[in-house]
Design a protein around this ligand. Structure first.
Ligand code: SF4
Length: 396
C-alpha cells in the first residue's frame, strides 16, 4: 500500500520535473513515506527525519516531505518537533498530494514534465480501496487511514488501462481488505472479470485480502482464469480460536481452513502473516498456531512479534515476557521454513511462465522468484524450466 502511495506521490513530483536521485548529497528533495504499523518502523522514520536536519542546512532550497501513516498519526506534532520539515502529508491525504504541493508554494505551476517517467516497471500497483473498517484489536491502520471505501469502478478500470498502455504487464489491485471491494453494487469479482478483459494485461494479482471476504466466486475466477495469479497472501494471524476472537479477526481457525481448502482446489499457492506473542496467547494457543501452519502448508509467511500500538484496544494488555515471545517466534520461523522449502521443491522440473523484472530475475504465476543465467528484458514473459529449488528462489 505504501509503495503504491509512494508511486502516486512520485508521479506528482515527476510531473514537476523531479526524478529519482540515488545520492542523497545530490538530491534537492527527500520524501519519507512512513509506516506506523509497528513501533520500530515509526522510530526509524523519525530518527531519519532528525538526521536530515543537517542535510537541509547544508544547502539552501532543500525540501523535506514527511508523508504516510506516521505523518497521519503524529499530525501537527511533526512540525513542532522537526521544524525543518517543509510538507506534511498524512496517509488520508495522499489523494490530495498534488494540491498539497501546489499549496506549499515550493514548486512552480508547470506540471507537464515526466508524467510517465515513473511508470517504467512491468508491474503496476492500483489502489481500489482506501482505509479499513475491520478494527482488529492490535491494528493502528483504521485509525490512521480511516473507514474503508471503494474507489469508482470505471475510474479504476481507466487507471489500469492507462498503466497497460504504458507497457505494464502485471496489475496488482490494492486495498487493506481488497476483496471487500464494492462500488455501488459492483463487487470485487465484477472488477476482476472486467480487468481480465483489458488488452495488454498479462497478469492480475491482489493484495491484501481478508479471509472473511474470500468467496467461492472469486476462488473460481482465480482457478479458471489463466491471467489470474495463482498466489494469494492471506493473513491468518493465529491458529487459536480464542486469540482470533481476542484479536477481533471475525473468523475461527476452522473457517480459515475452509477458505484454504477452497483456494487449494484451484491450485493456489497461499502465503500468510502471523503475529506471535499476542498478550492473551498461551503456550497451548501457540501450539494451535503451529498445527494450523502444518495443515495449511503455506508457501511462506511473514511472522511478527506483537507490537503494542498506542490507541488500539490491545495496547493496554500486559505483554508476554520478551524471551518467551522470541522463543515462540524462532520455533514458528523454523516450521514456516520447512513448509516453504517443500513448496519450492515441488516446483522443480516444471516449465513456468516467468515475468522478468530485471535481466536475470522474475516471478512465476504462483509468485515464486526465479533466477536464470540467461538474459532477458524486464517485462518479457518467458517459459523457463525450473532446474533446482533453493531456500527462497528457484534456479532455471
Ligand atoms: S483487516 Fe485488521 S489487520 Fe488488516 S488493516 Fe484492517 S484492522 Fe488492520
Amino acid at each position: 500500500m505504501n509503495t503504491a502511495d509512494s508511486e502516486e506521490m512520485m508521479l506528482a513530483l515527476a510531473a514537476r520535473g523531479c526524478f529519482i536521485c540515488e545520492d542523497l548529497n545530490k538530491a534537492d528533495i527527500v520524501l519519507i513515506n512512513t509506516c506506523t504499523i509497528r513501533e520500530h518502523a515509526e522510530h526509524k522514520a523519525l530518527s531519519l527525519l532528525g538526521r536530515l536536519r543537517k542535510w537541509k542546512e547544508e544547502k539552501a532550497g532543500r525540501i523535506i516531505i514527511f508523508a504516510g501513516c506516521a505523518a497521519q498519526r503524529l499530525g501537527a506534532g511533526v512540525r513542532g518537533k522537526f521544524p525543518h520539515v517543509d510538507i506534511v502529508c498524512g496517509a488520508k491525504s495522499i489523494d490530495d498530494f498534488d494540491k498539497i504541493l501546489d499549496k506549499s508554494g515550493l514548486f512552480g505551476s508547470d506540471k507537464s514534465a515526466g508524467k510517465s517517467a515513473a511508470l517504467n516497471s512491468p508491474i503496476a500497483l492500483v489502489n481500489i480501496m482506501r482505509g479499513c473498517s475491520c478494527k482488529c484489536s492490535y491494528c493502528i491502520v483504521p485509525y490512521v487511514r480511516g473507514e474503508a471505501f471503494s474507489l469508482d469502478f470505471d475510474a479504476v478500470l481507466k487507471e489500469i488501462e492507462t498503466k497497460l498502455s504504458l507497457g505494464t504487464k502485471e496489475i496488482v489491485l490494492l486495498g487493506q481488505t481488497v476483496n471487500a471491494y464494492n462500488y455501488k453494487g459492483k463487487t470485487f469479482a465484477d472488477l476482476l472479470r472486467a480487468a481480465l478483459k483489458l488488452e495488454g494485461l498479462d497478469r492480475l494479482r491482489y493484495l491484501s485480502p481478508h479471509p472473511l471476504f474470500i468467496t467461492e466466486e472469486v476462488s473460481e475466477i482465480m482457478a479458471s482464469e489463466p491471467k489470474m495469479s495463482k498466489h494469494l497472501h492471506l493473513p491468518v494471524q493465529s491458529g487459536s480460536d480464542k486469540v482470533l476472537k481476542d484479536m477481533k479477526r471475525g473468523y475461527s481457525s476452522g473457517e480459515f481452513l475452509e477458505k484454504i481448502a477452497l483456494l487449494r482446489r484451484g491450485g493456489i499457492n497461499v502465503t500468510t502473516d502471523i503475529i506471535v506473542g499476542y498478550p492473551t496467547e498461551t503456550e497451548e494457543d501457540f501450539k494451535q498456531t503451529l498445527s494450523l501452519v502444518d495443515e495449511c502448508k503455506f508457501g511462506g509467511a511473514y511472522c511478527f512479534k506483537f507490537s503494542p500500538r498506542f490507541g488500539t484496544p490491545a495496547f493496554s494488555l500486559k505483554e508476554l515476557p520478551k524471551e518467551e515471545v522470541e522463543k515462540r517466534l524462532d520455533i514458528l520461523l523454523n516450521k514456516i521454513k520447512e513448509n516453504a522449502k517443500a513448496a519450492y521443491k515441488a516446483q522443480e522440473g516444471r516449465a513456468e511462465r516467468v515475468l522478468m523484472e530485471d535481466p536475470h530475475n522474475g516471478r512465476t504465476l504462483s509468485n515464486f522468484w526465479v533466477k536464470t543465467e540467461a538474459s532477458y528484458k524486464a517485462g518479457e514473459v518467458v517459459t523457463l524450466t525450473i532446474k533446482k529449488a533453493q531456500e527462497s528462489i528457484l534456479l532455471a
